[in-house]
Design a protein around this ligand. Structure first.
Ligand code: ZN
Length: 321
């Protein structure tokens, strides 16, 4: 394994901060393909950082015992926003900017904008395929899923099906995506998958293990990693578009109390939870499944206001190719 700082910078008190990349090179002079894993763009999303640890540990062992398995290259960027990670914050500290909204336009010369640009350039020169790991905010818990912007789906779905996520969700294009890392990589013809899993500031080992198996399978299916024993086969994900997703929202301010578990099939009318009035002891809203389907988002934060999302159910599947 090679370890390299793609960027380093100085803090005002003189400490050096490095953004690290771990590389597993190919035994071939011309690698089959080059895959990169990125985590920690948002410093409070820890699932991907843990996943990079699992991948690095596994690949180090494999490289020691079966170097011939590496037909392609793997690059791991485990902590892209190190100072935000150090304090568990989403945004780049001091500037308070979102590192995943700094690309594709005029973003000035601030330190985070320079580093976002350097990361994009490094990925473009290092990888044909990128997987960028994210988690949800404090409010929601999400099953492992891949989010794809409509228009890139024909190139991305054939890769996404190998990743062992429960769901692949194709969204219509929106200007809000245009400054993200994933969008700009796809625009530059580097195929980038955006994984969303769990909730921020927490780890879910079941989800991380599913994604770990999925990433090994992606490396195997793309010919990058061909070990003596192939990884276990993975399930095909559900494919949905927004019209096939039922969003449940709170109609009141109060406390949401969940009465169900995420990552399961629910039937129309099943109780998912309730919104209660903590002050006078009343029941404000019984939350039931509006349709039969797969429960893939569930509220984690109990405080709700009118319109707060409570759950999402995938109610139909589609053939997107
Ligand atoms: Zn994120």
């Amino acid at each position: 394994m090679e370890r390299q700082a793609i960027v380093s910078y100085q803090t005002p008190s003189g400490q050096t901060v490095k953004i690290i990349k771990h590389s597993f090179l190919s035994i071939r002079r011309w690698p089959v393909k080059r895959v990169a894993f990125v985590a920690g763009l948002h410093g409070n999303e820890l699932e991907g950082i843990y996943l990079c640890h699992l991948l690095t540990r596994h690949l180090r062992g494999l490289q020691a015992s079966q170097p011939e398995a590496f037909k392609g290259e793997v690059h791991i960027y485990p902590a892209i926003n190190p100072q935000a990670i150090a304090t568990g914050n989403r945004l780049w500290p001091f500037f308070s900017v979102d590192m995943n909204r700094l690309l594709g336009g005029e973003n000035g010369k601030s330190l985070p904008a320079q580093i976002a640009g350097a990361l994009l350039d490094d990925l473009k020169s290092s990888a044909n395929i990128v997987v960028d790991f994210h988690a949800s905010n404090l409010h929601l818990n999400e099953v492992p899923q891949i989010r794809i912007i409509d228009g890139f789906h024909k190139k991305l779905i054939p890769l996404a099906v190998h990743c062992n996520t429960d769901l692949v969700w194709v969204h219509p294009p929106s200007p809000v995506f245009e400054s993200t890392l994933g969008y700009n990589l796809n625009r530059a013809k580097v195929r980038a998958l955006i994984v969303e899993s769990g909730t921020c500031l927490r780890l879910n080992c079941d989800f991380a293990n599913s994604l770990f198996n999925g990433m090994l399978n992606l490396l195997y299916q793309t010919g990058v990693l061909v070990p003596a024993e192939p990884p276990p086969p993975v399930e095909h994900p559900l494919m949905v578009q927004p019209s096939q997703v039922a969003l449940l929202q709170s109609a009141h301010a109060g406390l949401f109390v969940g009465h169900t578990k995420l990552r399961q099939h629910v039937r129309k009318g099943d109780t998912l939870g309730e919104v209660i009035d903590p002050a006078d002891g009343g029941l404000l809203q019984k939350v039931t499944a509006p349709e039969t389907g797969f429960l893939f988002t569930l509220r984690e934060h109990p405080l709700v206001y009118p319109g707060s999302p409570l759950a999402r159910i995938a109610i139909k599947e589609t053939d997107l190719l």
